[in-house]
Design a protein around this ligand. Sequence first.
Ligand SMILES: [Zn+2]
Ligand SMILES: [Zn+2]
Ligand SMILES: [Zn+2]
Length: 629
Amino acid sequence: MKKGTKLLSVLLAFVMVISMFAATFAASAADYYKPHYTEEVTEEDVSLMLGDVNTLLSRELLTGDIIEEIYKFLPSLSAVVNNGSPSDSTRNAAYYKAAQPERFAALPDGEIVDDVTDENGNVTTPGTFTTFFETHPIVCSDLAAFQTEINNIIDLVVIDNVMSTIVFAFVFFGQQNIPQGQALGDGVDQICEALGVEQEAKLQDLLGIGAQLGSFDTAGTRVYLKNVVSGLLPDLSNNLMAIIRSIADEEKGAKLYAGITAVLENLSSVLTALSSSLASLGVDLESVLTTIDELKNGFAALPTLGEGDTKRLDLEGVIGQLVPLLTNSLVGIELKIVFVDREEHDPEPPTLTDLPGSDLGGLENGIQFRHMQLDRIANCESTADVMKTIYDYLYDNLIADPTNNALLTSVVGLAGLVGIPQAIADFLDAALDMDNSELANELILMLANEAGRHVLTAYAATAPTCTESGNTAYYICEACGKWFADADATQEITDQNSVIVPATGHTPAEHYYADPDGHALICETCGVTLESGAHVDEDGDGLCDVCAFEIPAEPEEPTEPEQPTDPEQPTQPEEPTEPTTGADDETPVKDADIPKTGSAASIGFGALSLAAAGALVLLRARSKKNDII
Ligand SMILES: [Zn+2]
Ligand SMILES: [Zn+2]
Ligand SMILES: [Zn+2]
C-alpha cells in the first residue's frame, strides 16, 4: 500500500517534470496573464497550497529514508570513492567518521557490511548502516533539510580520487570518448540554462574532459552540483511552477530538449566506455546502463514539434500518450485524450465501448481537450498564477465541458466495476458537479489537511447578556474541523463547550423604581422589568410594604368599588376614551385596576420600565440609598 502511494507520487512527479520539460509555444504577449481568483480561492490560498505540496513531497518522497538508502549504496563505490587507500574508502567506517564526525560517531569501526537480501529484495540480515540508522535515523523535516543532506553527500562523494578516476577513464579508453564526454557536459549545461540554474563554469572543464584535459576542479564540481540542488529542491513546487513558466517559450523549450537529448545519447556511450574500466575497479554499471537505455528510448519516442535547433517536445502529444498509460495502469481504463480546436469540439458525447466483463476497454472518441494556451503560462506573474492557470485549464476541459463531464460521470458510475475505491468515486462524483472555485477550495483544503496545515476562520469573542450566552474568541480549521483558541493553531480546544461564556442572569437594581402608580424592579444591566405591581400597604403605615413609597392618600379610592360594576354596561366603552382628556380622572381609573390585578399592572409598567431603564443610569450615578425611595 505504501509502495503504491510512493509509486503514484513518483508518477505524478514524473508528469510534472515532463510538463516542465515541454515548452512548445512562444510567449505571444508581454502582458501578464492573471487567472481568475475568487473570495473562496485567493492567490494567497494557492500559494499556501504550493507550500503544502512541498510539505507532502518532503514527507512522502524526499525523506531521510532516501538519504539513508544513498548511504547504504556508497560502500559499493569504495573502489572509486576513497581518499587513496582501501582502508580510507566508503567501505570503511573511518571514511564517514572523518567526513561527518557528529552523525557517525557511534558507527562501529571497521568495514561496512552490506545488507543480505533474499531473491525478493527483502533484507534477511541487516548490514552495518541498516542497524545503525535504526538507532540513528536521518530525519529531513523539510525540503531545505533534504537539500543539506544531499549537499553533505556531494561533499562526501565528489573528491579528488573520483575526479581523477573520471579523467583517467577517459584518457585510458581513448580520445574517441572525449567528444562524447564533452557533449554530455554541454547537455547538462544546457539543461541548467533552460531551467534557470546559473552555473559559473562548464561541466566538461570542471570534470577535466574539456579544454583543460586532465585538470579537474573538485571544489568547482561540488559547487556546480549544489547549484543544481539549490536551484530545484528548497521550494520544489514553486520552483517547478517557475520553471514551467520560464520555459514555456520556444527558445528555452528547444534548449531543454537539446540538453536532455545530449545527456541521454552521450551518457550511455560514455558509461559503456567507462564500464569495463570501472568493472575492473569493482563497480558494476550494467543495471544503470539498462535504465539509461530505457530512458533514452522512451524520450526519443515522445512526440515533438519543430526541427533542428527548434525541436522541442509537443506537450499535447506527450499528455496524449501519457494519460492513457497512466489511467490504464491506475484505474484500468484507457482514457484517450484528443486535442481539438474550440470550434471543432465534437458536440456528440463520446461513448464507452467494449465492456468484456470488468474490462472497460477503450473509449471510442476519447476525452476532447481544447488546445493549450501555453502563452498564458509563460505570461503568468507568479507561481500561484501558473498553478491556477493549469488548474483552470483542467477544470474547463474536464468538468465545465458538458461532453467530457458526461463521459467522466459515466466512467465514475462504473467505478465499482473497475475497482476504484468507493470514497474516491464519491469524491469524483461530487467534483463533477462543483463549480470552479468550489472544487479548487475543496482541493486546497484536502491538501492542507494532508499537509497538516490549518486553515482558520476566526470567530470573535462576544459578551454574554443577561439571558444569552456569549463566547470567547476561537478559530475553526476548515481543513480538519478542529477548534483552536489562538490564531496560530497551537492551543486546540477539545471541549467546544468551553468557549461558551454563560448568560450572566439579570442583576436586580438595588431599589425599586416607584411612582404613584406602583413600583417596579428593573435589571440594572438590560432594563427588563423583573417584577412589578401596585403598592401594597397592609400594615396601613402609608408606605408601600414592598418599595416603601409614600402612598398618596386618594379621596377617590372609596368610590372605586362602585365602578367595577359599571363597566359591565354596554354603554360604557365610550368612557375610556374620555378620561384621556380629563386630567384628574385618569389616574383613579388605573388605580382601581392595579390593586386587584397585579399582572395587569405590568402592562402599564412596560412603558414605565423603558423609562426606568433610561433613568437607571442616572439613578445609579447618584447616591443609591435615598434618591429612589
Ligand atoms: Zn486543521
Ligand atoms: Zn438583565
Ligand atoms: Zn410599592
